[in-house]
Design a binder for this molecule. Structure first.
Ligand code: SF4
Length: 156
């Protein structure tokens, strides 16, 4: 099972919609690349929803005993909190409310995508601190990523 924050999974699906299927390892040492690979190779992999440090954060250099000490670039989103931990929590709370997710809930990536298809709707409120053009790109890529992942055959 992969332990993952809702917004991390949304980002992976959004990147998939943008054509990113095999990201390079990040200098932070986090596990976006390996978790992306695992989910895209098997959309029926079981996931556990987590609001704190997840399997992506586990090897990250900014994960200090379960707490992220990183900051975000607020130059294009001045209303967002500088602390990445606070920003992440904001996004995870919004996504959880939108999708009806509970902490520790288990579901597959395909089931998560079906929920996105049925309940995500207009994401501009979730990313309200971002400029409109970035939200529009996210919306389009997310919708495409959801469609592509739902079309993936089950792993043989
Ligand atoms: S949220 Fe923080 S700890 Fe987790 S991967 Fe991102 S930078 Fe690293």
């Amino acid at each position: 099972m992969i332990i993952i924050k809702p917004h991390h999974l949304v980002d992976i699906i959004t990147d998939f919609g943008a054509g990113i299927t095999d990201p390079e390892p990040h200098p932070y040492g986090h596990a976006v690349h390996s978790v992306t690979r695992e989910i895209l190779a098997n959309p029926d992999v079981e996931l556990g929803m987590e609001w704190g440090a997840d399997d992506i954060c586990r090897p990250c250099r900014h994960n200090l005993e379960g707490l992220c000490d990183d900051v975000i670039d607020t130059s294009y989103r001045p209303a967002a909190p500088k602390s990445k931990r606070e920003w992440n929590l904001l996004l995870d709370r919004r996504w959880s409310e939108r999708l009806g997710l509970r902490p520790d809930e288990r579901l597959t990536a395909r089931e998560f995508c079906a929920r996105l298809r049925d309940r995500a709707g207009d994401v501009s409120d979730i990313y309200r601190e971002l400029p409109g053009d970035r939200i529009a790109t996210r919306q389009a890529n997310l919708e495409l990523g959801v469609r592509k992942l739902l079309e993936k055959p089950a792993k043989a």
